[in-house]
Design a protein around this ligand. Structure first.
Ligand code: PEP
Ligand code: MG
Length: 310
């Protein structure tokens, strides 16, 4: 199908020496997915399903959920779509999830932890995703947010595979990056959510403007966790994507590619600038930029060292 060219670049994502890097969109619903599909976007790397239900007082039926999810799948026929299961929490209240008030929501019952208090909710959501996938090609990729242990990942993967869905988890909790190989043994793919991974590794609220110097993805501590995850993916031959805001920064995108990240998902509007940047640079230069950033001691130095290689 036809896609609009921007700056003479119409996708797909590829470096100057021909290495493919999938450039995907983060979307909230069918309308956003259809809007994204007009541009040079190769699929959806993060469908935040909870955003469609922030006003739902009662749990939508499986049929209703399936119709909702199918809208996003239908915006990208034949393309990769990564559906994230509900990332509800008291900071992102999905009314029907009946979340108890928590003193520290970022560290409480959030995302996959909902399986502790409301196990049926996630199972019914997986049923609905599987129903939406019926008769559609390819199978959707499904991933769980806020995973902390290999046991959680293995249980989630089992639920997905019982429904013929690709199973993945988000890397948002530092422990997952530290144990990336063990996680990748039990799932088909992982996707790094740099927004939360940065928040948790720096112990700094991602929404606090005064802490922005701590929550920049150029923090060397974050970069090392990303590298560990990418290395595990390369070793096991499984895809490791990035779907946090970091992927939208063209210089950071080069660094991520240089570490071996295989797909980048971001706001659709950010894709052309990243695509143009990657098309102008070789993987070897990306690798050198990554190495420079990884050996820096501060976020400021990491960024300037990487940019000097680009
Ligand atoms: C992230 O944490 O980086 C992410 C992509 O998920 P969200 O922003 O929805 O928490
Ligand atoms: Mg997150």
């Amino acid at each position: 199908r036809r896609r609009a060219a921007i700056d003479g670049w119409a996708g797909p994502g590829v470096t100057a020496d021909g290495k493919a890097v999938q450039l995907l969109a983060n979307v909230a619903d069918g309308a956003a997915a259809r809007a994204a599909a007009v541009g040079p976007v190769e699929g959806v790397g993060l469908y935040r399903t909870e955003l469609g239900f922030l006003n739902s007082l009662t749990e939508p039926t499986i049929d209703h959920q399936a119709d909702t999810y199918a809208e996003v799948l239908d915006a990208f026929p034949g393309r990769k779509v990564v559906v994230r299961t509900l990332d509800a929490g008291t900071d992102k209240p999905v009314p029907f999830a009946s979340l108890a008030d928590e003193p520290n929501p970022a560290l409480g019952i959030r995302g996959q932890r909902l399986a502790i208090t409301r196990p049926g909710l996630i199972r019914r959501q997986l049923d609905a995703i599987a129903m939406a996938a019926m008769g559609r090609d390819p199978r959707p990729w499904v991933m769980a947010p806020m995973i902390s242990t290999v046991d959680e990942a293995a249980r989630f993967a089992e639920e997905c595979r019982a429904r013929d869905l690709f199973a993945g988890v988000m890397v948002e909790v530092p422990a997952v990056a530290l144990l990336a190989e063990e996680f990748l043994k039990v799932v088909d793919f992982v996707s790094i959510g740099t927004n939360d991974l940065t928040q948790y590794v720096m112990a700094a609220d991602r929404l606090a403007p005064d802490l922005a110097h701590l929550t920049t993805p150029w923090q060397p501590g974050l970069l090392r966790l990303v590298k560990m995850t990418a290395d595990a993916g390369l070793k096991l031959g499984k895809p490791v994507g990035v779907c946090g805001e970091a992927a939208a920064d063209p210089a950071m995108a080069c660094v991520l590619v240089g570490m071996g990240i295989t797909s980048l998902s971001m706001a659709a509007a950010a894709v052309p600038a990243v695509g143009v940047q990657l098309s102008k640079i070789t993987t070897e230069r990306c690798r050198r930029a990554a190495e420079a950033a990884l050996t820096a001691a501060t976020a400021t130095d990491a960024r300037s060292a990487a940019v000097a290689e680009l």
